[in-house]
Design a protein around this ligand. Sequence first.
Ligand SMILES: O=C(CO)[C@H](O)[C@H](O)COP(=O)(O)O
Length: 228
Amino acid sequence: MSVSARTGLVPSRTVKLAPSILACDFSRLGEELSAIAGADYAHVDVMDGAFVPNISFGLPILAAARRASALFMDVHLMIERPERYLRDFAEAGADGITVHVEATQHLHRAVQSIRELGKRAGVTLNPGTSLEAVRPVLADVDLVLVMSVNPGFGGQKFLPASLERVRTLRRWLDELGSEAEIEVDGGVTPANARALADAGATVLVAGSAVYGPDGGAAGLERLRAALI
Ligand SMILES: O=C(CO)[C@H](O)[C@H](O)COP(=O)(O)O
């Protein structure tokens, strides 16, 4: 394994890359998914216009992506009361489903339902929400997603306080002996990818840093290079 140019240390964890299809050209969804075939996950951002001030897409687009690609579909539900739709998203092709702590009154039940559907269960929280909100379910989840922008839009600037949040979560998970992933989403670029990995992130989501304005996913290799 390579030595980090920034820290001089050997990273102990492999970092996965999860391009967000929110930034792709939807008129060419199949090609845009093929362009990221070398990634680890396809990140699928579902927004309802209520939990976040934007509407992205829903079940039919996930089902189309599922038909077009064998990639792991990493579905991030930015919707209110996600428990209403967990089965639908599982049946439409999700491999992992992540719900917001702010969007449900029954977090354990939502996580349990995702696992009962045979899917990887994730929880996430907005940048302004205390990390303590996820602590009660840490032993029961497969992934914690740290939002490093306020959710709702791609192309926003990374919030630097997210790095400390990743470090704290990594400590809490290590104390529990948990193998859960720590995923980071929002404003991830080659300039901050290495620091996030060193802080303990194991999955990096990136939209605008992967997909170019004219399509294609040249940014994927730039991100990978930044992690060497
Ligand atoms: O969840 C999201 C927005 O709510 C997006 O996945 C995220 O913002 C990625 O986009 P970018 O890499 O362009 O910041």
